[in-house]
Design a protein around this ligand. Structure first.
Ligand code: FAD
Ligand code: NAD
Length: 402
């Protein structure tokens, strides 16, 4: 009986992979399948909280928990390993801890920072990419304040921060900075008026998904707390001094000792060689989240570019979508194992909230605009719900935001 068990291999313990596995372990019995989850760390981190861990308003330890703490070890075998290669023809996955074969593969390897080949960006700017890059960034910001405070000849660039991109990540990070900077000024005796935070955005309008009223609320909130915006200002290079921007054909050097690239993400680079038709680490799925020519491979979360039936553009990359995809794939795997057809993915858009620190925000929830404290409250509900969905009531009590 054990020999006939199908091997289900899940790559990545982010929102997509962990949601797949936690749902599968509820639905399946031990005899139904041999489920293995591979992740490069033995912890799951809340990628949706990286702006907080990056600014230092949340300690990085609070944004993670052990993967195994949410697994039923009788049903799921967890392996801490880094995936190196997916060989779809041989149905094998190579990792730094050995080779794994599978009957059904779920790829949920998530996102990486995308610098669009901009000269110097990888070497000279901090990226908000995973929990380790966030820890590095928050420590760097504090180090620069400490250095400024202890230096006889003070360098204002130590307390200048440049943020590239005013998408959701850039805006949420700026919101956290407006809470962190007063704390640091207090701790190191730095006059707050000397701190300079500049956000540089290429597009003429920020957060185009939101109404003008919501965008104006976010901009005024941040400007009132000292953030300067340079919009319609593309960054064309990064160097040891900061960003180089170009406006009306003229280049300008912006200087700061903390330089952060928050202007785009892509799917995992492992995807590029694994499958045909991958663009920036993402692949267009079939409606049931399998990929063309491979009804045994599901690709979900930020590695997928899912285009709903009848539409032309892929959905954005969000945790909300990654988790819903995980649930759909778990149902499809259950069906396959029980001789039933897979199910199509139907995205339910519950809305989006962009935080502005812990007490303010802007968003659209079930089609209605919200802002201020209401939005901040909703953001905490959303964050806590995600923890609850993966780890149940116990984890929600430990890690939830109330
Ligand atoms: P990930 O969360 O990236 O998880 C991928 C997992 O795979 C990780 O555990 C990683 O360690 C592991 N992994 C990667 N490479 C390997 C490898 N080679 N071998 C083994 N394991 C590997 N979305 C929302 O819906 N709401 C929000 O409020 C929100 N806020 C955000 C805030 C910030 C600052 C950022 C950056 C993003 C935010 N997002 C938000 C987007 C959201 O975080 C992503 O869409 C989501 O994390 C994608 O989930 P995933 O499971 O596909 O990938
Ligand atoms: P994004 O692509 O949404 O935004 C990047 C921003 O950087 C854009 O405004 C773009 O115009 C700008 N930009 C790009 N190149 C630039 C350049 N050379 N110079 C200056 N500006 C430049 O990326 P993101 O904000 O990292 O978001 C990634 C994904 O994660 C999105 O799908 C987003 O919805 C999701 N996310 C969601 C939330 C939330 O729901 N609260 C928070 C963060 C991220």
């Amino acid at each position: 009986m054990a020999q006939s068990r199908k091997k289900v291999l899940v790559l990545g313990a982010g929102y997509a992979g962990l949601q797949t596995v936690t749902k599968l372990q509820k639905q399946l019995s031990k005899e139904d399948a041999e489920i293995t989850l591979i992740n490069k760390n033995d912890y799951h981190y809340e990628a949706t909280w990286l702006h907080e861990a990056s600014a230092g308003t949340l300690s990085y330890e609070d944004a993670l928990y052990p993967v195994e703490s949410v697994l039923d070890k009788d049903k799921v075998n967890f392996v801490k390993a880094e995936v190196k290669k997916i060989d779809r023809n041989a149905q094998k996955v190579e990792t730094d801890a050995g080779v794994f074969d599978y009957d059904i593969l779920v790829v949920g390897l998530g996102f990486e920072s995308e610098t669009f080949g901009i000269d110097g960006m990888k070497d000279h700017a901090f990226q908000i990419e995973n929990i380790l890059t966030s820890r590095k960034l928050s420590r760097h910001i504090e180090d620069k304040f400490a250095n400024y405070a202890s230096s006889k000849e003070k360098d204002d660039k130590d307390i200048a921060i440049l943020v590239g991109g005013a998408g959701f990540t850039g805006i949420e990070f700026l919101g956290e900075l407006t809470e962190r900077i007063p704390e640091l000024c207090n701790k190191y005796g730095v006059e707050q008026s000397r701190v300079h935070i500049t956000c540089v955005e290429a597009a003429p309008k920020m957060l185009p998904q939101f109404s003008d009223e919501l965008v104006n609320h976010a901009v005024s909130f941040l400007e009132d707390r000292g953030v300067e915006f340079k919009i319609a200002t593309p960054i064309v290079a990064a160097n040891e001094k900061g960003f180089v921007v170009e406006v009306d054909g003229k280049k300008e050097q912006l200087e700061a000792n903390t330089v952060v690239w928050a202007a785009g993400v892509r799917g995992n680079h492992i995807m590029d060689d694994a499958f045909d038709g991958v663009k920036r680490g993402r692949i267009v799925n079939n409606q049931d989240l399998t990929i063309k020519g491979h009804d045994e491979i599901f690709v979900i979360g930020d590695c997928s570019a899912f285009i709903p039936e009848g539409e032309e553009r892929p959905l954005p990359t969000t945790a909300q979508i990654a988790m819903q995809q995980g649930e759909t794939v778990a149902q499809s795997i259950y069906n396959i194992l029980h001789g039933e057809p897979t199910v199509p993915f139907n995205y339910v858009d519950r809305g989006t909230v962009c935080s502005l620190g812990s007490h303010d925000g802007v968003g659209v929830v079930y089609g209605r605009d919200i802002k201020g404290k209401k939005a901040a409250f909703m953001k905490k509900v959303i964050d806590t719900r995600a923890v609850f969905k993966l780890g149940g009531v116990g984890l929600a009590f430990k890690k939830g935001k109330f």
